[in-house]
Ligand binder design. Structure first.
Ligand code: ADP
Ligand code: MG
Length: 910
């Protein structure tokens, strides 16, 4: 019998659990042994065999295969077999790179440590999701991920997003009271929730009945990794270029083939010619190089605590022009400590930091108050606690210090209550929970209704304006008085004084209710008695200040979007150096003003490099993001709650938090910050720019050597009419790509950013890499390399025309010369500065690659069997002066060109 058809009692019994106390440690241990960890196996995106097969389907490979078969038929077994070997090797390397790229991406999964709240042995704890076992009692609330397959035992207004399982995009309502005796499919099961789905609304408690691969999602194992290989615009552009090049190549090759035949060449010679052209022009290794470089970049981003979910985002990041960031939990740590309060006309301060309930309360004169002489103040703290849902727990195996369960703002009241001498369990017992109207960023307040003896009390907390807005009385002079306009003003200005010190202010109010069955939010949250407020300290994240400096230097903007008030926003902005030019505090636009401003008004203020938005609702945020995008900005926006998903999805780069962010936000985002730190966004932008720059180098360098090879082949074509043999053979061209340049090109992905990478303007993502200027640059380097290498060939060829093996020697010279020219090209393109700067030795992998590449060349030049197969000739020491000169001459020409064009336009140098 399926779990959804059974009654709750039976399920609980079956799983040795207890609805109120959860599992005991023993049962957890044995269940863990029996069922293993609650994780899904990673399934690969693509079938390995398919990936391998795909390597053999590119037109170039097909041409080469045909060429090698023809060679065999014509009795040229050696050429035929070597062509075939190169095809296979090429394919294997391409396959390896793509396979590796996938592996890198697959290994990046699950870095966000997923936690969930369970009840075990009567305690509410936060544990890692992987440690969940069948029988565990789990508590879930809005925005969270469902950590296993769970039968609900309690729920209120609860619904989940089950798209991943059912394809249904609307939330599915859930109810623990649902019963059935039929066999249902997943979308009809209303009393169970499933791993991999998320909570769209409400709160629930349930009992885990299946974990890991036993869950519904485990059974269909759709948990394929989310990063797709072919995705980034740069990949699409290059795939497109490769396709066009192949097409052009086919035409040219066919044309040359025809002409050679017409000129009564042998079929072999004609074929060799056209195959050389094809080999020269098609950038066969490039797409795999790009995949791998992007995967490496994503791995590097992960190491720097930014998880990017799509290749495309890694590229877009580098183009970001605006960062629109939340305040709490991104710029600040979202670790709330209540530092003081205002109650009954007096202020008090509270000592201690973090959630550990250690600290004391002192009055304005600095005198520490004894716990038993707090008087009414103690009751004020009590109502603070009564208005919150947060819990705190001592350190355990998952947490090094005291920690909060649920919203930190809520939990800080638990710490405060303990500092005031309360035992939380006792309060919970005496003040029975009836109903909660949770905090949302529209109302900016939260209410909890509890029953104490025969009284029913609503305790409310929220922002000062929000709570004062629904209060009509206040506690002053030890009694309850009417709340006058004068009072309001006074309280707001008092609170503002605290806000000025970058403290958050939370007001507390309460109201006695009649006891009844149902309460509506509107009838409860009105006519409250304002009790006072507390101030909260939330430390800024490390490195935010210097990150903001960098952002401004990089010609980007930072907009801080906060639900907090204007004064706190300004104070924080000042603390973190979020200022406009001339050290001028940014303008603050609050929600009300925002709503009166037209799009055009907003476009004007958006010109500033820094802006603050206060008291913002998720709708306002969406409007800001929308407008920015309409203005052509590339927007990175942070978000944490269910209401932020639209903004996260809409923006170019949606950024969610990995530690404290909700699962729903993480799913909507395309980047997750593992450390919840604003500074990491900036690190990622820098990484994004570096990635792009390195890919640009790889692509342009790769294509230039193809050009050089083509030039040599064409010279050979012309030369053949003048009695000069062809300067390079098809196999050698393939070898150049394979051993001469592949290793160094791959290693360009490891090039560190140049010092000024964050000084330039963000690049327009619509700009193609291969612009006209870029093409000209590529043609220029290719032609230079081709001509210089051909001259070296001619020199060698005519120096000793009758020498034994002279032709082989001369083509060996061309072969090595093109490679050395390509080294020069690569080194020169690596940096915008002079090649002989410190940057030259900045990439150890590249140096290794050069060594490896040179080693391979030496083998090809000196090992007899290679001489035989590759038509190379063992050079004498003096012979090396030719290719070395080619390298030096090319380098000089490239460097001179660079220094001339640098002055013209830094971005289109090469
Ligand atoms: P931000 O994330 O920008 O700091 P929030 O939207 O989280 O802003 O909060 C806006 C305001 O709402 C806060 O300044 C605070 O006064 C109030 N507030 C925040 N969290 C809670 C909560 N859990 N309960 C009651 N009020 C809250
Ligand atoms: Mg917030």
């Amino acid at each position: 019998m399926e779990f959804y058809g059974q009654n709750i009692k039976d399920i609980i019994e079956q799983l040795n659990s207890n609805a109120r106390r959860g599992l005991s440690e023993n049962v957890v241990l044995s269940a863990r042994n029996k069922y293993g960890s609650n994780t899904l196996k990673v399934t690969r995106n693509r079938n390995t065999l398919k990936m391998l097969f795909a390597q053999f389907t590119s037109p170039l490979v097909l041409i080469l295969i045909v060429a090698s078969i023809v060679s065999f038929f014509l009795g040229q077994e050696r050429d035929g077999s070597i062509l075939l070997m190169i095809v296979v090797l090429n394919a294997l390397i391409g396959f390896y790179q793509e396979w590796n790229a996938e592996n890198i991406l697959a290994s990046l999964k699950n870095l966000v440590v997923e936690k969930c709240v369970v009840i075990r042995q009567g305690n509410t704890l936060e544990i890692f999701v992987e440690d969940l076992v069948p029988g565990d009692v789990v508590k879930l609330s809005e925005g969270e991920g469902v950590p296993a397959d769970i039968r609900l035992i309690d729920s209120k207004d609860f619904s989940t997003n089950e798209f991943i399982l059912t394809g249904e995009s609307l939330p599915s309502n859930k109810d623990y009271l649902f019963t059935t005796d039929k066999v249902l499919n997943i979308s009809e099961i209303k009393n169970c929730i499933f791993m991999g789905t998320t909570v769209a609304r409400g709160e629930a408690t349930g009992i885990v009945y299946a974990t890991g691969m036993q869950t519904e999602i485990g059974k269909i194992s759709t948990s394929s990794q989310k990063i797709k290989i072919a995705d980034a615009p740069i990949q699409i552009e290059i795939a497109d270029v490769a396709k066009k090049l192949t097409f052009v190549t086919l035409i040219i090759a066919a044309f040359l083939f025809g002409i050679r035949l017409l000129l009564h060449d042998s079929l072999v010679l004609a074929l060799v010619f056209s195959v050389s052209v094809a080999a020269a022009m098609v950038p066969e290794g490039l797409p795999a190089q790009i995949s791998m470089a992007l995967a490496l970049a994503i791995a590097r981003l992960t190491k720097r605590k930014a998880i990017v979910k799509r290749m495309a985002s890694a590229q877009t990041l580098g183009s970001a022009t605006v960062i629109a960031s939340d305040k709490t939990g991104t710029i600040t740590k979202n670790e709330m400590t209540i530092t003081g309060c205002y109650f009954n006309g007096e202020s008090f301060s509270v000592s201690g930091l973090g959630y550990e309930p250690l600290g004391s309360i002192s009055n304005e004169q600095g005198k520490v108050l004894k716990k038993d002489s707090l008087g009414n103040l103690k009751i004020f703290f009590l109502s603070g606690f009564l208005s919150s849902t947060g819990k705190i727990n001592p350190p355990d195996k998952y947490h090094p210090s005291w920690y909060s369960i649920g919203d930190p703002t809520e939990a800080s009241f638990a710490t405060l209550a303990m500092k005031a001498g309360f035992t939380l369990e006792e309060i919970e017992k005496n003040y029975v929970f009836i109903k909660a109207f949770r905090f949302d960023s529209f109302r900016k307040r939260a209410t909890i209704i509890r029953k104490h003896k025969d009284k029913t009390i609503a305790s409310v907390k929220g922002s000062i304006e929000s709570v004062l807005g629904v209060s009509t009385k206040l506690i002053a002079n030890g009694k309850i008085e009417e709340l006058t306009a004068e009072n309001r003003k006074q309280i707001i200005s008092l609170a503002a004084a605290f806000s000025q010190n970058a403290l958050r202010v939370i007001a507390i109010a309460y109201k006695d209710l009649e006891t009844k069955e149902e309460y509506s939010i509107d009838e409860v949250e009105k006519d409250l008695t304002f009790a006072g407020f507390v101030t909260m300290f939330d430390p800024p994240n490390e490195g935010v200040k210097s990150a903001i400096e960098q952002v401004f230097k990089a010609h980007m903007k930072v907009f801080m979007i906060t639900g907090d008030n204007e004064v706190t926003a300004k104070a924080i902005a000042k603390n973190i150096g979020l200022m406009n030019e001339g050290n001028e505090l940014p303008t603050v636009i609050n929600s009300t003003t925002l709503q009166t401003m037209s799009d055009d008004d907003l476009k004007n203020v958006f010109q500033k490099r820094a802006l603050l938005f206060s008291r913002v609702s998720p709708d306002d945020k969406l409007r800001i993001v929308d407008l920015l995008m309409k203005l052509g900005e590339i927007v990175a926006v942070t978000g944490d709650g269910v209401n932020d998903t639209l903004s996260l999805k809409r923006a170019d780069i949606g950024v969610a938090m990995g530690k404290n962010g909700s699962k729903v936000a993480q799913e909507a985002a395309n980047m997750i910050l593992l450390d919840d730190n604003f500074a990491t966004i900036v690190v990622a932008v820098k990484e994004g720019r570096t990635i792009f720059r390195n890919l640009e180098k790889t692509i342009k360098t790769n294509l230039s050597s193809n050009m050089a090879e083509l030039i040599c082949v064409l010279f050979g074509f012309v030369g053949s009419f003048l009695g000069v043999a062809t300067p390079i053979l098809a196999v050698q061209i393939l070898l150049i790509d394979l051993v001469g340049e592949m290793f160094p090109l791959i290693m360009l992905a490891y090039d560190p950013p140049e010092k000024n990478i964050m000084d330039n303007r963000p690049r327009n993502p619509k700009d193609k890499i291969l612009t006209k200027t870029a093409m000209k640059g590529i043609a220029f380097s290719g032609i230079v390399m081709g001509i210089v290498a051909y001259v070296a060939f001619l020199y060698c060829f005519f120096m000793n025309p009758m020498g034994i093996g002279n032709y082989e020697k001369a083509i060996t010279i061309t072969f090595v010369s093109i490679i050395f020219g390509q080294y020069a090209n690569l080194l020169s393109r690596r940096t915008y500065k002079n090649v002989f700067g410190r940057y030259l030795f900045s990439n150890r992998n590249l140096l290794l690659a050069f060594t490896l590449s040179i080693f391979c060349i030496v083998l090809i030049v000196y090992i007899p069997i290679f001489n035989l197969y590759f038509h190379t000739f063992p050079l004498q020491v003096m012979d090396w002066s030719l290719p070395i000169s080619v390298g030096i001459i090319c380098l000089l020409i490239f460097e001179i060109k660079k220094s001339i064009t640098k002055k013209v336009n830094i971005n289109s140098i090469i």
